[in-house]
Design a protein around this ligand. Structure first.
Ligand code: NAD
Length: 285
């Protein structure tokens, strides 16, 4: 169902790689809700991925840009304002990558050059994007900027590695810049902390399928999928959330507030079966 929530608005969507990408779903819904958008990803991702097909389908220009490169970002905002015919009303940062995770470097044996890359791509790019937009005065009054985060910013989860540090920084940038951009231009900046989702980036996390199953059993509403995440992004881009800023907004079926659910406890207890004695008591140690 469409509500025309973004009628007449202009947006830039970073990070659609293929139809599993959260950004892909956000782009589709933004256009369905009446927005005009440009799509962007790294030159390599534009060549190798499927974003060009999305551009064709949505009649949206695809502008290759590396989100860690200030010149690329300046070109992207200038071109988008020109193509869309005015200042930008909403921006989605849907970018994450850890070369340490890719190279299977564990958290207690990180390569620090790779850590710098993780931080630059997954967190500092958010600052670079906002700073570039502000200097160019490319975002309209009351605009909305969203980045996607994960609960590993607050809690330690097996296998998330240096991406946890990147997400903590990403959420902090939303607060620090949210104050300045809000005060000066009424621009909102928030992060949405999404359930584990099976995408290209998501499948890089060690034990992702088990993590998704655990989170699903733990959350009273179950895991949120990419489509549902896109719905939340649309509401946050719309005029219905004009006074929401500097927040990390959990979109995780309740996971972040849970300690233990019956379903998760049940499953957890089953794992002890092989450690029970003949009377059914758990053998500890
Ligand atoms: N999948 C999950 O479980 C999950 C959960 C919570 C949050 N998130 C976050 O959602 C966001 C989107 O990820 P996704 O799951 O849709 O995966 P995805 O792999 O589809 O998207 C990641 C995107 O980042 C882009 N990217 C990488 N380096 C870049 C750079 N230098 N400049 C510009 N773009 C670059 C990739 O090309 C890709 O399009 C990420 O921030 C991710 O951390 C994902």
């Amino acid at each position: 169902m469409n509500y025309n929530l973004l009628n007449g608005k202009r947006g830039i969507i970073f990070g659609a790689l293929n139809d599993l990408s959260i950004a892909w779903k956000v782009a589709e819904k933004a256009v369905a809700e009446g927005a005009k958008i440009t799509l962007t990803n790294t030159p390599v991702a534009v060549r190798m991925g499927e974003v060009a097909q999305l551009g064709e389908k949505l009649q949206s220009e695809v502008i290759p840009a590396d989100a860690t490169n200030l010149e690329d970002l300046e070109m992207l905002f200038n071109k988008s304002v020109e193509i869309l015919g005015g200042k930008i009303d909403f921006v989605l940062h849907s970018i994450g990558m850890s070369p340490n995770v890719r190279k299977k470097r564990p958290y207690d044996d990180l390569d620090y050059d790779l850590l710098n890359k993780t931080m630059d791509i997954s967190a500092i790019s958010f600052h670079k994007m906002i700073q570039t937009a502000k200097k160019l005065d490319a975002i309209s009054e009351g605009g909305s900027i969203i980045a996607l985060s994960y609960v590993a910013a607050q809690r330690t989860l097996f296998g998330y590695n240096d991406m946890a540090d990147a997400k903590a920084m990403l959420e902090s940038i939303a607060r620090s810049f949210g104050y300045i951009y809000g005060r000066e231009k009424n621009v909102r900046i928030n992060t949405i902390s999404q359930s584990p989702t099976m995408t290209t980036a998501g499948s890089g996390i060690k034990g992702m399928d088990k993590l998704m199953d655990f989170a699903n059993r733990m959350s009273p509403l179950g895991n949120a999928d990419a489509e549902e995440c896109a719905d939340y992004c649309i509401v946050m881009f719309s005029d219905l959330t004009r006074k929401v800023t500097m927040q990390n907004l959990y979109h995780d079926g309740g996971f972040s507030s849970m300690g233990m659910s019956l379903r998760a406890m049940d499953q957890y207890n089953k794992s002890f079966d092989q450690y029970r004695d003949e009377n059914g008591n758990i053998i500890y140690g």
